[in-house]
Design a protein around this ligand. Structure first.
Ligand code: ADP
Length: 434
């Protein structure tokens, strides 16, 4: 209330008192006139208060406040202005919400909002066509009941949504979807669903091409390698000028054969989801046999290779795949560690799962290469790779084998001092024997 209003109220009160005083003077009943005057004044205020109270209780959202006089008129007017302002703000906010909903509804990507328990709250039309959600029946249903792929359930429940998940669409096998979840607010989820069928087909074509070429090259290469071997077996009949060339051809032929075998293995690993066999693998025995192979590979280079493995910890998975991953890491340690260097192989378990690690005292890797190391054909230094006869896809194979066993690869390295490659297998892949 500003000064003017305060003055007006005081003036009215004084006027009332003066009126009562005048009536008192005429009638000689001062006290009664004053009491009746103030009583009427109070009754009027009470009436206005009751009108306000009634309006507040019974009003519809857009009802204007009652008309009033004097101070009460001012109060009602102010309430009316506040109400109008509130309506305008609400209208603006509603328009924003409508626009956002309209634009997300028109998106070609599916957008789904889930509550903290994973129950559906809102979704757009694209989500209906891509995932087969039905409006309004599916509202409040759990997303894992509607998208029933086992990998989705696992992805949703593990709570780490850094990477997107690729799945076939539940309504159409020919569609390939990419699902990405983001958590926001109070543990609610926003799920984006993209149709990546074309990308997937291109990727599939690339994989098929590599697999077919590798397969087709194998036979001619075997024939060439066979003849080279025969020629070198009869060294005395060969012109000595050709001997070195033949030896190099045999060496490079063997390298090509290794490359093709690796490419075929990688293609096979990429073709299926999780390993078909999920047998318990005695990792300690597996590592012992790989360690012996590594010792043989080291030969005259006399690396000191040690193995500590917990025989009670076993791993669910494919022994052949694990052998190829572990041997790739251990043979790399031999290849990239100078003569008489130290290589330490360990296998152990704890509450979070099981760990395989290979630590070497080798040449190490610069930090800038680490993120790209598991890409196929990525090499830190191509001249170095050709010296060691590496194919550049060893670590890509390791990465795929680990992915198929739900495991993760951590690499730590310091240049000139050595590297440690650690594979972390989650508890669900581990079996403990008492
Ligand atoms: P390659 O067949 O060439 O060894 P990989 O995929 O197995 O291919 O490894 C990729 C690159 O990572 C290698 O070329 C090498 O430079 C580097 N690398 C792998 N393991 C080690 C290691 N233990 N120490 C140093 N560098 C390594």
């Amino acid at each position: 209330m500003n000064q003017n209003w305060r003055g007006a109220v005081v003036r009215r009160l004084l006027l009332l008192l003066a009126g009562c005083g005048l009536l008192g003077l005429l009638s000689g009943q001062y006290a009664w006139c004053l009491a009746i005057g103030l009583g009427l004044y109070l009754a009027w205020h009470l009436k206005q208060l009751l009108r306000l109270h009634q309006w507040l209780r019974e009003r519809q959202p857009d009802d204007a406040p009652p008309e009033g006089y004097g101070l009460w008129g001012e109060v009602f007017d102010n309430i009316y202005h506040l109400q109008r302002r509130d309506q305008r703000v609400r209208g603006r906010l509603q328009a924003v919400i409508d626009r956002v909903q309209e634009s997300t509804a028109a998106l070609r990507d599916g957008v789904i909002m889930l509550d903290s328990d994973g129950n559906l709250e809102w979704w757009n039309r694209a989500a209906e066509t891509l995932l087969g959600l039905k409006t309004p029946q599916d509202s409040g249903q759990s997303i894992t009941n509607l998208v029933r792929h086992p990998r989705f359930k696992e992805y949703f429940e593990q709570g780490n949504y850094q990477d997107a998940l690729d799945l076939p669409s539940p309504v159409n096998d020919h569609l390939r979807l990419q699902l990405q979840i983001t958590q926001y607010g109070n543990q609610e989820h926003l799920m984006l669903v993209r149709d990546v069928t074309r990308l997937y087909q291109l990727e599939q074509m690339r994989k098929d091409f590599v697999a077919n070429v590798s397969h087709e090259l194998r036979t001619p290469l075997t024939v060439i390698a066979g003849y080279l071997e025969t020629l070198l077996d009869n060294v005395e009949e060969v012109n000595p000028r050709w001997l070195r060339a033949l030896q190099q051809m045999q060496q490079q032929g063997a390298r090509m054969q290794n490359l093709l075998n690796d490419l075929l293995l990688l293609a096979k690993l990429e073709a299926t989801d999780y390993p078909s066999d999920n047998h318990p693998v005695a990792v300690d025995l597996l590592l012992l046999s790989i360690k012996n192979d590594a010792q043989a590979l080291s030969g005259a280079r006399h690396h000191r290779i040690s193995l500590e493995a917990d025989a009670h910890v076993r791993l669910k998975g494919s022994e052949a795949e694990l052998r190829s991953a572990f041997s790739n890491l251990i043979f790399n340690a031999v290849k990239y560690t100078p003569d008489e260097g130290e290589i330490r192989i360990r296998w152990w378990g704890d509450d979070n799962g099981a760990y395989f690690s290979v630590a070497d005292s080798g040449i190490g890797i610069e930090p800038k290469h680490l993120p790209r190391l598991t890409e196929r054909f990525y090499r830190v230094d191509s001249s170095r790779a050709s010296n060691t006869g590496g194919t550049g896809i060893g670590l890509a194979i390791v990465k795929h084998v680990l992915l198929r066993h739900r495991a993760r690869l951590d690499i730590s390295s310091s240049l000139g001092k050595g590297s440690t490659f650690t594979c972390h297998f989650p508890a669900q892949q581990v079996i403990r024997r008492g």
